[in-house]
Write a protein that binds this ligand. Structure first.
Ligand code: FA5
Length: 346
């Protein structure tokens, strides 16, 4: 067989293979390489040209090139045809069925108590306070001693807690943040105005208004010439902001070792509006926070000159605020993680 016959044979067989090819991958990886690649049939056949007489070589060379071009064009055309076919099949199989039921995304929201805390944070930030958080696992020194409750002080009984060691405990109040910030504050740079929200723990017996784990927000303002009137004004602004003006507020003399004088602040019971019921234990009032003028001993223990500086502090219970605001009759509902209850406050 002549070289020309060989080339014709390669072309015929090649075109049949190209035409019957089933995928772009087969066409490119196999057929194109076998026919036109460096070690492909055309290249191998062209090597035979050197055996021909010199005058026949140019004609045979250009004939081989034309066959290579024919095969190249046939491969390109087939590749385009197969690509289109593959794309159409893909589009067909990936068709979107708009009648399928939707995949519902359940959108969460902050817990109702967190919503109250956020509202308090916003209000106090607007009044120029810092918002800080402190450790829940606290040292006895900060939780009690620096709050004017030395070891064996009888008032420690009011806040019995969970001890980790003799010196480390689950904090019973956010008040240790008073000592922690007083200790660090540089009064030459201005007054101390801080609130600190967070969880606290007590060995309280759970009932409709008491939980062994609950939230508090501590507040402290220390400067020169701060009076009890500043405390009262601040608390009234906060209570009106959170509850509107439908509840009465009363300040009742009380005792805390770290404030002198001390008050307990009550709001009209939301359930009976002051008549007396099981939620307020017949009093018509619900206690929402404790407050007072910071005791000089607390200032002294934190290294602050109590003759020059003084101020007020308060500790409020956002759980009780949430009960009042939404008429929730049992504080324990906040901690049961029942979505039927919690999703009402979206
Ligand atoms: C204190 O914890 C003081 N540290 C508050 C304070 C701060 C006074 C700064 C003076 C200056 P008391 O134990 O009363 O005080 O708690 C404060 C508030 O936390 C209460 O008014 C109440 O709203 C809430 N609270 C107290 N015990 C519980 C409980 N077991 N469950 C839910 N809320 C509670």
């Amino acid at each position: 067989m002549s070289l020309k016959d060989d080339l014709n044979q390669i072309k015929e067989n090649g075109l049949v293979k190209i035409e019957s090819s089933k995928s772009v991958k087969e066409l490119n990886d196999q057929i194109r390489v076998d026919l036109l690649g460096k070690k492909g049939l055309i290249t191998q056949t062209l090597r035979g040209i050197s055996n021909l007489p010199v005058e026949e070589r140019p004609e045979m060379g250009s004939y081989a090139n034309s066959i290579r071009d024919t095969l190249q064009v046939a491969i390109d055309n087939k590749a385009q045809e197969l690509e289109e076919k593959e794309l159409n099949e893909k589009l067909k199989s990936e068709k979107i069925d708009v009648t399928l039921p939707e995949n519902k995304v359940i959108k969460g929201h902050p817990h109702v108590i967190q919503q109250i805390v956020d509202q308090i944070d916003d209000l106090f930030l607007g009044m120029g306070y810092e918002v800080l958080s402190g450790p829940e696992v606290e040292e006895d020194v900060y939780n009690f001693e620096m709050m004017n409750l030395p070891k064996d002080h009888p008032a420690r009984d009011m806040q019995d807690t969970f001890y980790i060691t003799d010196e480390i405990l689950m904090r019973t109040q956010t008040s240790p943040m008073q000592a922690r910030t007083l200790e660090k504050h540089d009064f030459s740079k201005g007054p101390l105005k801080m609130i600190s929200p967070g969880l606290v723990y007590r060995r309280d017996t759970d009932d409709p208004t008491h939980s062994h784990q609950f939230h508090q927000v501590e507040g402290i303002v220390i400067d020169e010439n701060i009076t009890m009137a500043d405390l009262k004004g601040t608390l009234e602004v906060m209570i009106e902001e959170l509850f509107g003006d439908k509840f009465d507020v009363r300040l009742r003399p009380s005792y805390f070792p770290f404030t002198e004088p001390s008050v307990e602040v009550d709001i009209t019971c939301f359930k009976c509006m002051g008549k007396g019921c099981s939620v307020c234990k017949g009093s018509g009032w619900i206690e929402v926070l404790g407050a007072g003028m910071v005791h000089p001993n607390v200032l002294k223990m934190a290294g602050v000159d109590a003759n020059e500086y003084g101020g007020f502090a308060f500790g409020l219970g956002p759980d009780r605020f949430a009960m009042l605001k939404y008429g929730v009759t049992d504080i324990r509902d906040f901690y049961l993680n029942d979505l039927r209850f919690l999703s009402q406050f979206n």
